[in-house]
Design a protein around this ligand. Structure first.
Ligand code: ADE
Ligand code: ZN
Length: 319
């Protein structure tokens, strides 16, 4: 049985498996521009973050109804249970759906229907993290936060994702301040493809309590020292970094260097349908390609609970 762990960096739209994409397309009367599942899988070859995002946003057009979002989340949770996941803090991208004419209610009610039964059905506690798309205007992010207000019982944090380079965290200071005033936690993708300065901005201007990816921190020794001192966690996604060519191959992944520097590192799957593995597959890849031993993998699993937004007593039970 895989080691118990929390998943802290998982885009629910990135769990859309090709089989489910075809099922939902059929159910919604849509025709995909792929002949079959194999043909779609062949398109999963990426040169950088943007080349992935193009497919990611276009395929999510099959998500149309509450039931579609419920089925998507239930499929992920069933899969996560087999990977040892006991707690999941799940990203969703509302603007990718509201910009296609869906309502916030359709998205959140659909996801919540699956999340609400997850503890009983799968033994996984869950919460949602609402991500703002950084390649869309800051004013739209503010409007998105406003639309989410009736749903805050299901949402514990806000995040920042999508195309990083050229879209710095500083553009989203106002909406992150508003989220903090609503009592929400804050995380941000930074230092995936973008520079270490974006990590500083996420910390200093957005009040980020975790950095998603963050691998480019190694370019800035002062930043590494700061992350070590504060124990601000990094949610690292090894298979994603290789598939999106942020690192050349797993054997050269900087995760061991981040651990050696004393950072609070966690391992996560990002968009597992697209990147060739769920969270435990990432743990196994670290063992196979980087030689991480059992103690190191157990430390990473413990870190995932430490870095979560669970209350301290629940963390203590899980660690
Ligand atoms: N949205 C989904 N996956 C992402 C990633 N790896 N980076 C930025 N935005 C994303
Ligand atoms: Zn991500």
């Amino acid at each position: 049985m895989p080691i118990p762990k929390a998943e802290l960096h998982l885009h629910i739209e990135g769990t859309l498996e090709p089989e489910l994409a075809f099922t939902l397309a059929h159910r919604n009367g849509l025709t995909l521009p792929y002949t079959d599942v194999q043909d779609l899988r062949r398109a999963y070859s990426f040169t950088d973050l943007q080349s992935f995002l193009d497919l990611y946003y276009s395929l999510m057009d099959v998500l149309r109804t509450e039931a579609d979002f419920t089925d998507l989340a239930n499929a992920y949770l069933a899969r996560a249970a087999t990977q040892g996941v006991r707690h999941a803090e799940i990203f969703f991208d509302p603007q990718a759906h509201t910009s296609r004419g869906l309502s916030m209610d359709t998205v959140v009610n659909g996801l919540a229907a699956a999340l609400d039964t997850s503890q009983d059905t799968h033994g996984i506690s869950t919460t949602l993290i609402l991500c703002f798309l950084r390649d869309r205007p800051a004013a739209e992010a503010l409007d998105t936060l406003h639309q989410a207000r009736p749903h805050l019982e299901h949402i514990s944090a806000v995040g920042l994702d999508s195309a990083e380079v050229g879209n710095p965290p500083e553009n989203f200071t106002e909406v992150f301040t508003a989220a903090r005033d609503l009592g929400l936690h804050r995380v941000a993708h930074a230092g995936e493809e973008g520079p270490a300065s974006y990590i500083w901005q996420a910390l200093d201007l957005l009040g980020a309590q975790r950095i998603d990816h963050g691998i480019r921190c190694l370019d800035d020794t002062d930043l590494v020292a700061h992350l070590a001192t504060t124990q601000i966690p990094l949610t690292v996604c090894p298979l994603s970094n290789v598939r999106l060519r942020a690192v050349p191959d797993l054997a050269q992944h900087p995760l061991p260097a981040l651990m050696d520097a004393g950072l609070l590192v966690t391992v996560n799957s990002d968009d597992p349908s697209y990147f060739g593995g769920y969270v435990h597959d990432n743990f196994q890849a670290l063992h196979t390609h980087l030689g991480l031993n059992g103690d190191q993998l157990r430390q990473l699993a413990r870190n995932s609970f430490t870095a979560s937004f669970l209350p301290p007593r629940r963390k203590a039970q899980l660690i």
